[in-house]
Design a protein around this ligand. Structure first.
Ligand code: ADP
Ligand code: MG
Length: 343
């Protein structure tokens, strides 16, 4: 199993930032509202993610680091409409196979948790030590690739690897304005984002958006709010759907001439995705309005029946079923706004 886990690690744990991404997704899936990320040496020394989520029951701790053990999907058919971010039960096992991993967790308010340590090989009978720990989970990953020298050699400089980590943390901060996030590198605070009070339904306030992308947008941002409930009515004809809400919210910022590149972020139900059709159409809209370019953070909130996420190991690609209809609504809403800006 070690070898299999190491092979899986080749796909899932491609670099320190990939570990950070998986650990953050797990913390979010556990319902955490506060997450602290501690990094040493660009993640090559240490990656630690501390969350205040639901925690893991002592009986489930070994399972958590076992390959294809996931608490998140009952059956494969469920994958179609999956809501949680993780669902393969691969990340922790793969990470544990190529690092020295410590899992500490408490699932209640006793102030006591359990701790489990793995270094490459999972013991037949791993010891669970009782430790002081608040409700939530701490995962510490040290010496990534200590037993895979070739991978270790592939890593770039500390600054580069940390840069990738910071990007991931910022992307999560943008996805979930309701979560307080801090990021430390070699004990220096690099990012501190408090949960944005004005964010109901994860709606992103402009100030949190500016903090998360690390740039002032200087009043130029346009708020996007598109109601797609009419599509739901239509979809009911061929889907049995319990969903009653669908919409797009977020921000878009036009560029007249600036050279700087602004982020282009598309989130679907809290998941950052790459969807060429959406980004192409947005670029086209910007061109139509004679803008030099646009940046955006758009949040598609869609019924899970419309989504198919399980198409790529990185989970970034997604299939949306009535995408043309959705984009028609979005274009209609944006066209006039963009024309007004460029006028
Ligand atoms: P997946 O997220 O695909 O289920 P992982 O390997 O990432 O697989 O995690 C395995 C399991 O460990 C999860 O299904 C979950 O039950 C548990 N787990 C991992 N991280 C956390 C966390 N931060 N809080 C609570 N449970 C966790
Ligand atoms: Mg996971």
């Amino acid at each position: 199993p070690l070898l299999i886990n190491q092979l899986a690690a080749g796909e899932v744990v491609t670099r320190p930032a990939a570990v950070v991404k998986e650990l953050l997704e797990n913390a979010i899936d556990a319902g955490a509202t506060t997450i602290a990320v501690h990094i040493a040496q660009g993640g090559m020394g240490m990656i630690e993610v501390v969350d205040n989520g639901a925690g893991i029951h002592p009986d489930d701790m070994v399972m958590a680091i076992t390959r294809h053990a996931t608490s998140k999907v009952a059956d494969v058919a469920n994958l179609h409409g999956i809501m949680t971010l993780g669902f393969r039960g691969e990340a922790l096992a793969a990470t544990a196979a190529v690092s020295r991993l410590t899992l500490t967790s408490s699932h209640d308010h006793s102030g006591i948790g359990r701790q489990l340590q793995v270094a490459g090989i999972l013991d037949d009978t791993p010891k669970l030590l009782p430790v002081v720990h608040n409700r939530g989970t701490t995962i510490t990953v040290r010496d990534l690739y200590f037993n895979v020298p070739a991978r270790r050699g592939n890593l770039k400089s500390i600054a580069t690897e940390f840069g990738h980590i910071e990007t991931i943390v910022r992307e999560v901060a943008l996805a979930r304005a309701d979560i307080t996030l801090t990021l430390f590198h070699d004990n220096k605070k690099r990012l501190s984002l408090s949960a944005s009070a004005s964010s109901n339904n994860n709606r992103l306030s402009l100030s949190r958006l500016e903090q998360a992308i690390g740039t002032s947008l200087m009043e130029s941002a346009i708020e996007v709010a598109v109601d797609l409930s009419s599509l739901i009515e239509h979809a009911k004809e061929y889907h049995r759907t319990a969903s009653s809400h669908a919409g797009i919210s977020g921000w878009l910022w036009p560029m007249r001439d600036q050279k700087r590149t602004l982020p282009k972020l598309i989130y679907v139900n809290g998941r950052l995705v790459k969807e060429a059709l959406i980004s192409n159409q947005l670029r086209q809209l910007a061109q139509e309005a004679q803008l030099a370019g646009i940046g955006y953070a758009l949040y598609f909130d869609l019924p899970t029946e419309w989504l198919n996420i399980n198409v790529h190991p990185s989970k970034q690609r997604i299939k949306i079923s009535p995408l043309n209809n959705i984009m028609a609504h979005l274009s209609h809403a944006l066209r006039t706004k963009l024309k007004m800006v460029s006028a």
